[in-house]
Design a protein around this ligand. Sequence first.
Ligand SMILES: [Zn+2]
Ligand SMILES: [Zn+2]
Length: 318
Amino acid sequence: MHFVNIAVENSTRLTIYLSQLNLFFFFSFVLNFKNPKIVSHFNVFESKLTTNIILLGTGTPIIDPDRMGPSLSIQYGREIVLFDAGPGLIRRAKKANLNPETLKVIFLSHLHSDHTAGLPDFMYTPSVEGRPGPVKIYGPSGTQEMINNIKKAYSQDVQIRVNGYEQGKKENYDFEVIEIEDGKTYVENHIQILPFLVEHGEWPSFGFRITTPDRIIVYSGDTKPCKNIIKYSRECDVLIHEVYSSSGLREKSIKWQNYHTHMHTSAIELAQIANKIQPDLLILTHQIFWNTSEKELLYQITNLYEGRVVSGHDLDVF
Ligand SMILES: [Zn+2]
Ligand SMILES: [Zn+2]
C-alpha cells in the first residue's frame, strides 16, 4: 500500500539519519580526544579548517627591496585578520592569493611609520577594486586621529571616484576605527585577538595573542624584552617575534646602541625569552641584520635555544 511504502521509506531515512548522527558524534569525539586544543563548541565540519600564517612583510625602516614593511595575515577558512600595515602589504597579499575583498580587518601594533605607511594602501586600493565596507581598523590610542588625517588627505580622491565617471560605491570607503585596550579580547568570528602592552619607547605599543580553533599564535609587534611577552605567550603554538643581531649592535654608535637596547630585542635576549616560553615554532620577523648574515643571526639564537626556529621571509606560510 502507498501508506506503508511511505512509512517504510521514512523509517529507512530515519535509520540513515541516525547512523550519520552517530558518525558525527564519533568523529567529534576522536578529534577532540586527539587534539584537546580544539574547543568543543567548534563542530566537526569547522575543525577540518586550519589556520594559516602568511608573512606579508618582514622588513624594518631600513630599506631592503626584498622585504616589505611589517605585516602579517592570520587566515582561518575565509576569515582573515591582518596585523600591521607596512608599505607593500596589499601587493604582497595579492601575491599570496588573498582576495582583496576579504581584507577587511586590521590590527596595528603601534603607530611608527614602518608599521603604518601602508595604511592608505590598505584603506583605498581594495576599495577601488570593489571591497565593500565597513573596514575595521583596530589600533592604539591615536589611531582615530591618524585615520582622520588620512581620510582628509584622500577626501577629494574618494569624492571623484564616487561622483565621477568611475561611479564607485560610497560604502566602499566606510572605515570604522576601534582603539584597543590592554588585556581586552576582541572577537572577529573564529579569531580571537587579545592585545597586551609591550615596551617600545614613548608610544603605547601592543603585542597580540591570537587564538583560532586550532592554534594559539603570539605576535610581539616591536618591543624590548618585557614581562607581558612571557605572560601572554604561555602555551602558544607559534611565537612571531622581532629581533636584531647581537653582534651587529656592538658595531653601532653609542646613540644607536642606546636606542636599540631600549626599543627592541636582541638575538641573545630572544633566545632567553624562547627558553622560558618554549613555543612549538619561533618565527623571526622584523630582523635587523646590519652586517650579520641570516645564518649568523639564526646561530645567535640556536646556540642558546634548542627549539624550532625559522628566520621569516616575505610570503612564507606557516
Ligand atoms: Zn618597526
Ligand atoms: Zn616601532
